[in-house]
Design a binder for this molecule. Sequence first.
Ligand SMILES: [Zn+2]
Length: 165
Amino acid sequence: MTAARCSATARTGDQCGKPAIPGGATCRVHGGAAPQVVAAAARRIATAAVRAEAEALLGQLGLEPVDDPVSEIGRLAAAALATYEAAAARVNALDGIRFTDAKGSEQLRAEVAVMERAMDRAGRLLDMQAKHQAQREGDPDGAVERAVAGLIALGDSARARNEAA
Ligand SMILES: [Zn+2]
């Protein structure tokens, strides 16, 4: 992530131009100190780091784009799962999934939000893929649907565990 300049307009009418907070678009004077802005910036940094790790994982798996829509959905699901794996590894390495911010309020680590979003995305994509596949080939035993339901339940239980922690 390159060091951006504050995009806010200063009183003079010119762009502020001071260094923006890491992962943010404005400096501390122009909203960059607000807790929700700090949290969003942290999430952006964590997302970028996780995405880079996920791309490395995908590279190792040697996945390539294809024309077939069902396979394409599968590829996206694989990307989402790789993102989930990369984020989960970071979450596992954290001392705790929550921290106390400068104002004394408890915050969920950005990595946890990234992990949960990736899990949701993977679940939705796999559900979509299962439906397409079932339509195309017929799924008399509902095996694909059951596998997806299991995966979604896994995501739900992971979330419940995080919320309880
Ligand atoms: Zn500024």
